[in-house]
Design a protein. Sequence first.
Length: 650
Amino acid sequence: MNEILFSSWGDQITDNRNSAKQSSGTNSQIALPEKFNQDATIKAFIGWDGIVLRSDDVNIVDLCRAYMAAVRDQSCGKCIPCQSGTNVMAATLDKICRGDGTAADVENLGAVAQVVSSSAKCGIGKTGPVALMHALAHFPEAFQAAVHGGTQVEAGDYQANVTAPCADACPIHLDIPRYVEFIKEGKFEESLDVIRCRLPIPGIVGRVCVRPCEENCRRANLDDAVSIKYLKRFVADRELAMHKGPDYKIEPSGKTGKVAIVGAGPAGVTCAFHLARKGHAVTIFEGLGEPGGMSAMGIPDYRLPRHILRNEVEQVQAMGVTIHYNTAVGRDVKLSQLEEDYDAVFIGIGAQDSSPMRVDGEDKGYKGFIPGVQYLRDINEGRDPYPEGKRVVVIGGGNVAIDCVRCAFRIDKEDVNLVYRRTRAEMPADEVEIVDAEEEKVQFHFLTTPVRIIEENGVVTGLECIRMKLGAPDKSGRRRPVPIEGSEFVFDCDTVVPAIGQRVDLSLLESVDGVETTAWNTLIVDDVTKQTSRPKLFSAGDCETGPGALITACAGGRKAAQSIDLQINGLPLEYTVDDHFRKLFKDVKVYDPDENLGEIGKHRRKHLEMLPPDTRKFIFDEVEQGYSTPEAREEARRCLRCYRVAMVAL
Ligand SMILES: Cc1cc2nc3c(=O)[nH]c(=O)nc-3n(C[C@H](O)[C@H](O)[C@H](O)COP(=O)(O)OP(=O)(O)OC[C@H]3O[C@@H](n4cnc5c(N)ncnc54)[C@H](O)[C@@H]3O)c2cc1C
Ligand code: SF4
Ligand code: SF4
C-alpha cells in the first residue's frame, strides 16, 4: 500500500500505473505516511501541489469533485474569478460524477482551472485548481469514461482540512491569514475575535512569542516574513488604549463540572479560559501572589509590561474563574484532595527550579551566587537580589541568560558579562534578544565555561573558568565544546548567576500514586489529549515539555481543556480529524523554504521603533514601541493569504 501509483506532487511526475509494481515507488517530493489514523490507510492525498495516488480503487474524478467542493467552501469570494470559478468547477465535477457530464464540460473545467489559478489573489484560488489540472492532464481517460459512461460515479470516503504555512507552524494554530486580513481591512475587533477563539492572551503573546510562524512565512521567500507577532500585539494594544475588552460568550457544554487548575501560568490560564467558555466552574491554585508564571516572574518588564499581563488575566477571571493566590498544591492543599473534590485537575506548574551547573561551590549557599530564575523573580518583584554586588557574570546562552544580563544593567550593575560554552552561532537565545543585549554593551565571553566559584568568608569574589574549543557534533547536531587544557583563568566578580536551564519540581505528586514521569522529571501525558496516567489528571506546559515557549504552554492548556470537557460529558478522548491532519502536515510539510515565488518582493517588513540602547539599558520601560494604525494596516497588506486545502482518500 505504501507504493505510489501516481504522483504529481511538486511538479515531479511518478507514474507506475502501467509498469510492474516497484518495491517502494517513493516520490522524493512528499513524505506521505501510510496511515491517517490507527484504522484508516491513506489511499490518496490531494492538495495545493498536486495528487498522490496509492490505490487504483480511488476514482480520480470523484477525488477531484470532493476536493474542489472543499476548495470552493474556502474561497472568501473577494476575487470574482476564484469565487465563481471554484463554484463552476465544483458544480461541473458534481454533474460529471452524477453521470450527466459532457466532453465539453471536461474541456471547460481545464479552461476555468487555468483562469482561476492564474488570476486569483490568494492561496486558495492559486493552488486550489492545481491538482485538477494535473488530473485532467494525466488521467484524461478517467474523465472521458465518466462523461461517456452516463452512470453515477461512486463517492469515496474523504477527509479535508485547511491550513497555511504560518498557521501550521504556530503551536496553537491561529488562523493567521484571517486575523491579518481583518487588520488590513481595518476590522480590528474581528481580528481579535479570530485570535481569541484559541488564545486569551494576545497582548502577552504578541510581545514575547518566539514566533515559529514567521520562520514559516512564505512572504520571506519574496522579501521578509510578515510581522505576525507584532500585528497581534497591535490589535490587543489598540483595544486596551480604547478602554475596551472582550465580550466573551459562554456556551455551556451539555454537562458542566468543577475543574481545579494548579498554576496560573500561561498553560493554566489558557486551560481555565477554554473551560470557562464551556461553562465549567474553574478554580486556579497558584503558589505565588501573582498570575502569569514565568511570563510574570521571569520575563522582565522592558519586554512585557506588567499591566498588560494583569489585564489579560483579569479578563479570564471576569469569565468566572477564581484564583487562590499564595496557595501551593502539595504544601497548602494536597493534590489527592483536589482529585477527590473536583471532576478533573489540570497541572500547569511549569519548570520553576534552576538546573545545577555541576561546578564546585554552587551548593554552598555563598552570598552573591543566585540562580537565574530567582535573580529575575527578585528583580521583577522590585528587589535587587544582591545590592552590594556590581560585577555580574551570567552563565548560559538561552533567553533566560540574556534576560539576566539585560536586567543587571537596569539595576545599576556596572560590569555585566555573559559566559557561554559554545560560540555566538550556537546560542539558543532569540537572535533579536542577542542583538539587543549587544547594543546595550553586555560583554560576551564565548567558548568559556565555569569550573569553580571562588569565595572569601562565604562571599563570592570570582569565578574560575576554562576556555573551550568546538569538537565533533553532539546529538543535537551542534559541535560539542571541549575544554582546552591549561587555559583556566579567573573572572573577578561578586555576583554569579547560572542560567543554564530549569527543572520541574514534582513534589506535589507525593499524595497520589501512579503518575508516570520521565527521566527528566517531566510529566508523561498523551501527546494530544494531555491526559496523564491517572484519568482525572491532565497536564501541559513546561512541566510536560520541559522549559519551552509560552505559546506551546498555551496550546497544551487548550488541548487539555478540550479533553476535560469531553471527559466531564462522558465522551471518549479520541483524536479529532484536525489532530490527524496536524500530524500529517508535519510529514508532508506545508512550507517549502526553497519555493521560488517567481518575483522579487518590493515591500519589506516594517520594523518597530525601539528605545535607543543608551536610554533603555538603565530603565524598565518597554523597549519595543508598537505599530501605529497605518503601519499595522500597511504591514498586514504584505500577507499573501497562503491558505492550502488538503484532502485524503481513506
Ligand atoms: C526568564 C525567562 C524568559 C522567558 N522568555 C520567553 C519568551 O520571550 N518567549 C517565550 O515564548 N517563552 C519565554 N519563556 C518561557 C515561558 O515563560 C514558559 O515556557 C511559560 O511560562 C510556561 O508556562 P507554564 O504555564 O507551563 O508554566 P509557568 O509559566 O512556569 O507557570 C507555572 C505556574 O505554576 C505555579 N506553581 C508551580 N508549582 C505550584 C504548586 N505546587 N502549586 C501551585 N502553583 C504552582 C508557579 O508559581 C507558576 O505561576 C521564558 C522563561 C523564562 C524563565
Ligand atoms: S502565537 Fe506565536 S507562533 Fe502563533 S501566530 Fe502568534 S506569534 Fe506566531
Ligand atoms: S504570507 Fe501571510 S498567509 Fe502566507 S505564510 Fe505569511 S503570514 Fe501566512
